[in-house]
Design a protein around this ligand. Structure first.
Ligand SMILES: [Ca+2]
Length: 558
């Protein structure tokens, strides 16, 4: 390529120029490359997740029991969703849904007794491959030790305790001392401070709180210790109106809530002497209070509820404080504008509605969950969204935000247009639900159902074959099954075919009905369900008593 006639010194000069050009090009290339990294302005994702946090316990959702200034801040600076549904109202399975973007029957984690197969595709793995720095801190609860997809993980073991939690940090066991909510906050902040600042991040900061048994610390408990909480409208529900599963549950404040739940006996087994002193200061008086009401069922139920609210809301208070600290970090570091902050709970919870605690059912308090999203660059502050959305939409939302490909077999839908205030015209108008864990703790029957914004058609199956239709327009508290009311025949037909359409679309296999099933009211036998005698016996006694209340109330009406 060089002219043979050119004198050698000229050739040398040309060669030198070429080398120089190469050096300059290489320098510019690396400069450009490093500039590309610096200029990776894809938004950060801060996902703050809790366990069993009822929307009724957030002031932005109208709580009449507590105030949550930092959650409210997310609502006033972002979007509050009023209609966020869960696919299966229980802890581990909902976490698996978020990891995989798929319903329980596809991702394989249907009940808390299952294990999540972590080898399947998950959205954090995809974000990591797309150049995000990924971290998870706190409750994992997928019953598998490995956490692939995360550059950093420090997770609780199983449910994890409220105090002094052992955790698994990148595969190694470590033990912390202190209050778990505060430890999770501190670990989250530490990771944020020490992260690789050249990459956008995903941080999942996942609390154990406010899961049962609702163990607070004095700093938060003192705020509530003398408060008297209002009772929900349905506190004294007697489960009439043809609601079999409601009648036959084992999650009532009256019958199921334990003395440990109410801090009369027991407590965390791993407290330091100082923590034990604080604990006794908080709860030393509970035994005498209990003794004063224990022989009066009406007074006892109310007292248990008051204890429950004090303890539960103290745990929520600690979470709210945690959110405040994380938001402050984003403010201080100038990250608030380019970080999408999502707050959600793995499902809703009963705070005395229907006389219950816990979750699992397709009724509103456990089927709906809080969802607050702040995204300053896209979402108008203070907006309220009523579309039917779900936690199953989050993985696709995060992938779209990260400009990563969304796999075809994920079963939610990205919320990005919704967050931009432009809900697509073909957004879902109905939603499929399925709960599987029975017989098990709380004895909530297996059920599936469809929700269309006004109605819920629910099929309880396994040891019963019971259908319910709830008309939320006339019955917002869900106290009456109108399935047998002929005036709804057309609605039932429409909802049945919608249920079938969704089952097909979502690839739901035929219902697994236990062939060794028993009929609750005909043959209450424990022999066909070995190993669960005690649970069945307890529920049988509770149900007999409830049926007596029902008979008495019906005869009074006559
Ligand atoms: Ca939960």
């Amino acid at each position: 390529m060089y002219d043979k006639n050119i004198p050698s010194f000229t050739l040398l000069f040309q060669k030198g120029e070429l080398i120089m050009k190469q050096i300059v090009f290489t320098f510019l290339f690396y400069l450009a490359a490093s500039f590309t990294v610096i200029a990776d302005d894809r938004p950060n994702i801060l996902f703050i997740f809790t366990d069993d946090h009822a929307y009724q316990a957030i002031s932005a959702y109208g709580s009449n029991r507590n105030v949550t200034p930092n959650m409210d801040r997310l609502a006033s600076e972002g979007m509050r969703f009023t209609n966020c549904c869960v696919t299966n109202s229980i802890c581990g399975p909902m976490r698996a849904v978020i990891q995989s973007g798929k319903y329980s029957h596809i991702n394989g984690f249907k009940t808390n007794n299952d294990r999540f197969n972590i080898n399947q595709p998950t959205f954090p793995k995809m974000l990591q491959a797309a150049g995000y720095q990924t971290a998870i801190v706190g409750k994992w609860h997928l019953e598998c030790d490995a956490t692939p997809g995360y550059d950093y993980s420090e997770v609780l073991i199983g449910q994890g305790p409220y105090y002094n939690p052992p955790m698994i940090r990148n595969g190694e066991r470590v033990v912390h001392s202190g209050y778990t909510t505060e430890i999770i906050t501190e670990l989250s902040l530490n990771w944020l401070k020490n992260r690789d600042k050249s990459k956008p991040f995903l941080l999942m900061s996942q609390h154990k709180a406010p899961h049962r048994e609702w163990d607070p610390i004095p700093k938060h408990y003192d705020k509530f210790k003398d408060k008297v909480f209002p009772y929900p409208e349905t506190f004294d529900d007697i489960y009439d109106g043809d609601r079999r599963a409601a009648l036959e549950q084992d999650q009532s404040i009256a019958d199921t809530m334990t003395l440990r739940d109410n801090k009369v006996t027991g407590g965390p087994g791993n407290l330091t002497p100082e923590q034990k002193t604080d604990w006794d200061k908080m709860f030393g008086g509970r035994k005498a209070e209990y003794d004063a009401v224990k022989n009066d069922p009406v007074a006892l139920k109310k007292w248990k509820y008051q204890c429950y609210m004090k303890d539960y809301l103290s745990c929520v208070d600690a979470v709210d404080e945690s959110i405040g600290q994380l938001l402050k970090y984003l403010d201080d570091e100038g990250l608030a504008n380019n970080t999408i902050v999502v707050y959600a709970s793995d499902q809703g919870f009963y705070l005395g509605e229907h006389g219950w605690f816990d979750k699992r059912l397709m009724y509103n308090e456990s089927f709906k969950t809080p969802l607050l999203v702040r995204w300053p660059e896209k979402t108008k502050p203070g907006t309220v969204n009523n579309d039917i959305v779900s936690l199953i939409d989050l993985p696709e939302t995060f992938l779209e935000i990260a400009k990563a490909a969304i796999p075809d077999d994920m079963q939610g839908r990205s919320l990005v247009p919704v967050l931009e205030g432009k809900t697509p015209a073909d957004w879902r108008k109905s939603f499929y639900y399925h709960y599987y864990e029975y017989p098990s703790v709380h004895m909530i029957k297996k059920h599936e159902g469809v929700y269309d914004g006004r109605f819920k058609l629910i099929h309880f199956y396994d040891d019963i074959d019971h259908w319910e239709l709830i008309d939320l327009q006339t019955d917002p508290n869900e106290l009456k099954n109108v399935y047998k009311d002929s005036k709804y025949a057309g609605d039932i037909k429409r909802l049945e075919s919608e249920l079938e359409r969704l089952r097909t679309e979502l690839k739901v296999p035929p219902l697994e009905i236990n062939t060794q099933s028993y009929l609750f009211d005909k043959e209450f036998s424990t022999q066909k369900r070995p190993g669960q005698q005690q649970m069945f016996e307890k529920v049988r006694k509770d149900v007999e008593r409830r049926q007596e209340v029902l008979r008495t109330s019906t005869s009074r009406e006559r």
